[in-house]
Design a protein around this ligand. Structure first.
Ligand code: CMP
Length: 151
């Protein structure tokens, strides 16, 4: 399996429920390392641009409304097969269909209010990461912790 990066968003419902830490722990426990993290309150244009591929869908207005309703946590997750693994940890879009122990099963309310977003393929992961992060804001996982040379 290849080392990959994927974009993860903890949506406004996850932030409001105070489960940011629990969600990040689920990623870390299952081999995904956050290599960039930022909180943001998306504006309408930013959310519309991010979800542009869904602009013709009937739920687009609702999706943009929800994603701009409060702050979100934007993250780049790194790990072996990170794109598929993130989607596995998130669970199905509809929480009623999501497997036991997945983020959406644990915390999501509906198909729309579903706590997390994750890129669905290598091309979208690259585009979504670049939409929110500059290269310098991403900090690849270090192989080992080195001692403070001063101390
Ligand atoms: P996300 O992974 O962020 O990408 C597209 C989003 O559209 C998806 O998660 C859902 O939150 C949302 N979505 C998909 N289907 C529906 C639906 N039927 N009603 C409302 N929102 C939906």
């Amino acid at each position: 399996m290849a080392l990959e990066r994927t974009l993860s968003i903890i949506k406004p419902d996850g932030v409001k429920k105070n489960v940011i830490g629990k969600i990040i722990a689920l990623f870390e426990e299952q081999g995904l390392t956050p290599v960039a993290i930022r909180m943001a309150h998306l504006g309408r244009a930013e959310a519309e641009g991010f979800y542009a591929v869904h602009s013709a869908r009937p739920f687009f207005g609702e999706l943009v409304e929800f994603m701009t309703s409060g702050p979100v946590v934007l993250m780049v997750l790194e790990g072996e097969g990170a794109i598929a693994k993130n989607r596995e940890i998130m669970g199905a879009t509809d929480p009623a269909q999501a497997a036991e122990g997945t983020i959406r099963r644990l915390f999501a309310e509906s198909k729309g209010v579903n706590t997390v977003h994750g890129s669905d393929a290598p091309e979208t992961a690259a585009a979504e990461i670049a939409y929110f992060f500059r290269g310098l804001e991403i900090h690849p996982k270090v192989g080992k912790i080195t001692a403070n040379p001063e101390g």
